[in-house]
Design a binder for this molecule. Sequence first.
Ligand SMILES: C[S@@+](CC[C@H](N)C(=O)[O-])C[C@H]1O[C@@H](n2cnc3c(N)ncnc32)[C@H](O)[C@@H]1O
Length: 276
Amino acid sequence: MNSIATGDFPYIHGFSEDEQSRLMRQARMFESTLFSHIDYGAATRLLEVGCGVGAQTEILLRRFPELHVTGIDRSPAQLAAAERNLAAKVWCEARYALRQADAADLPFNDRSFDAAYLCWVLEHMPSPARVLSEVRRVLSPGAVIYVTEVLNSSFFLDPYSPNLLRYWMAFNDHQYDSGGDPFIGAKLGNLLLAGGYRDVQTEVKNVHLDNRQPGRRKQMIEFWQEVLLSAAEQLMASGKTDVATVDGMRDELQAVRNDPNAVFFFAFVQARATVY
Ligand SMILES: C[S@@+](CC[C@H](N)C(=O)[O-])C[C@H]1O[C@@H](n2cnc3c(N)ncnc32)[C@H](O)[C@@H]1O
């Protein structure tokens, strides 16, 4: 199933069931790092932009029992999965609403929410500044926003894997050409300031796995392989990579998986700001 079959818009990872299940695992794998400093203690009406399959909606509802979360996403397939995932959690009942919408044109009145959450979404959007300005419009004074985004240039694997790095650059090129920005994490401070937010703070977070956590390292390398391969068909179809590079990358990933001294490193940026 791809974006054409589902009637969805083009999107680098696609909307297959495998991809939807990957988003659920991804949210749990990154939860402790992502949420270590997030505090929505004073909020009750949160807008989650690009809620996907509801993986992080569930975490928000679990961690902040006073919250009602309104999740928007542009994809009907993601929203249908979010509805199924959240309906299966009885304790989420009546605490969330899901709505199809474009983040650049939100169907809400000014000052409708007192908190916002965006995670791994601005990187896919052609006008992140417009999205942040729309989000600010629907937030009330005093509201807090957390935005977490990738900085794909930070990715490193040891042993050295040249096919993988070539493929990774093709992946990033493709995301750029599709209107996204795989390096947007480093720009969050500027974007939030330009969008009229105040008290802008950023924190560089990282996942650095070596012999100190072999189990988690193994899990992360396997997960990352799925992320990489989720775009392989699109990248080959657009001529940005070829079968030899993809095969070379598979071999290198296997070597990394089997190496007793493997290292995985990836950094991303989390920003926090308020609305006056
Ligand atoms: C990588 S997923 C992240 C989902 C969720 N935040 C998570 O962490 O599990 C990105 C999501 O952004 C959505 N998206 C992309 N462009 C959008 C737009 N312009 N408006 C609303 N949602 C959008 C996609 O449909 C997808 O569900």
